[in-house]
Design a protein around this ligand. Structure first.
Ligand code: SF4
Length: 346
């Protein structure tokens, strides 16, 4: 076995963190853990992992659940399409595979929301198959170890890194191999201030030797961030207010929000009044800007304004798909963090 692999496996054996999903070879639980852990801190992800396991102990429980509950359980983590895909994939596993997780990498890859990394994680951690898990931590570790100066966020370079890993994983225990490489990347070869003093492969590390730790891994700055101006209408009547389900293919699909009007730039109260639906354009209603919140998503910056509209009379909302709630009952719905943040300020 390659010396680098031996050193990393030995380090892992002596320094690994215990995590609940490392105690199991159940493909379903491993899949759940991967879905909640992506772009999430381990501590936060662990709480969500337990929540999902408690509510859906098997893939059949998840498949038979209401999608709204699945979204609700993910509330606060963002990336809600992952919850919708999780639910869809569970249904396919139950209908096409009799509730038994497929073992074939290509079949797993066909499930909604499962990409190359997650398929490899399931194949290796559940079935001990030799598929390297190339996540952000492993990209960084390999880049530095071999001083690779190819941008890690360009899909065309993925095969280069995979080739290195496919060679290294040969004749190893794939489950251990992947855990060990991911762990070293996450805990020692960290993005800022890697802990080279305790690194088991510092002697072999080319980036360290060449003084390139600060510039490797290379990333191109390709992500375009879009500004959006969302005006949320906090329409109140007495102690009630209204929420609506977002059905359009956009952020927060199938979650509940305050009704909203999107504008091309930040607007004042006069412009808002012009854009309001006729049903609430009653001069006796009072309108106030209650809060402004800047909310960051991966590809979008949301400039949110929350307008409170106090209704003098209750109009006919029937055709507007509005749901009447109060400050307690809205919590039964899956609500984006941004809206929750506003409502908690009240
Ligand atoms: Fe990363 Fe430092 Fe180890 Fe190189 S020596 S792999 S930079 S932690």
């Amino acid at each position: 076995m390659n010396q680098i692999v031996l050193e990393i496996l030995e380090y892992y054996k002596n320094n690994k963190r215990e995590m609940p999903w490392r105690q199991t070879t159940d493909a379903y639980k491993i899949w759940l853990s991967e879905v909640v852990l992506q772009q999430t801190q381990v501590i936060q992800g662990t709480a969500y992992y337990y929540k999902f396991i408690e509510n859906f102990p098997t893939v059949a429980h998840l498949a038979n659940a209401n999608e709204e509950l699945v979204l609700k359980l993910r509330q606060g983590l963002g990336y809600y399409s992952r919850a919708r895909n999780l639910h869809k994939a569970a249904k396919i596993i139950v209908s096409d595979y009799k509730g038994i997780f497929p073992k074939d990498y290509k079949l797993i890859l066909k499930l909604p929301g499962i990409g190359e990394y997650t398929a490899a994680a399931i194949c290796s951690f559940a079935f001990n198959q030799a598929y390297p898990t190339l996540d952000g931590n492993v990209f960084r570790l390999i880049s530095r170890l071999y001083a690779v100066e190819l941008p890690i966020n360009e899909q065309k370079n993925r095969s280069f890194f995979m080739e290195i890993l496919n060679n290294l994983i040969l004749n190893t225990n794939p489950r251990l191999f992947n855990n060990a490489f991911m762990e070293l990347g996450a805990t020692v070869c960290k993005s800022q201030n890697p802990n080279c003093n305790i690194c088991p492969v510092s002697i072999q590390c080319m980036a360290l030797k060449e003084g390139k730790i600060k510039i490797i891994p290379i990333k191109t700055n390709k992500i375009k961030v879009r500004n959006r101006y969302l005006n949320f209408l906090h329409i109140t009547y007495g102690n009630k207010f209204y929420i609506t389900k977002r059905i359009q293919k956009d952020i927060w699909q199938n979650l509940y929000t305050l009704p909203l009007i999107e504008s091309t730039q930040g607007i004042d109260i006069k412009s808002l009044i012009l854009m309001l639906p006729e049903v609430i354009k009653n001069k006796k209603n009072t309108i106030d800007l209650k809060s402004e919140i800047k909310h960051l998503l991966t590809h979008q910056v949301i400039f949110a304004k929350f307008w409170e509209i106090k209704l003098e009379q209750l109009p006919d909302f029937e055709s507007n798909n509005l749901i009447e709630v109060d400050i307690n009952s809205y919590k039964n719905f899956a609500i984006p963090k941004l809206i929750d943040k506003y409502l908690l300020l009240l």
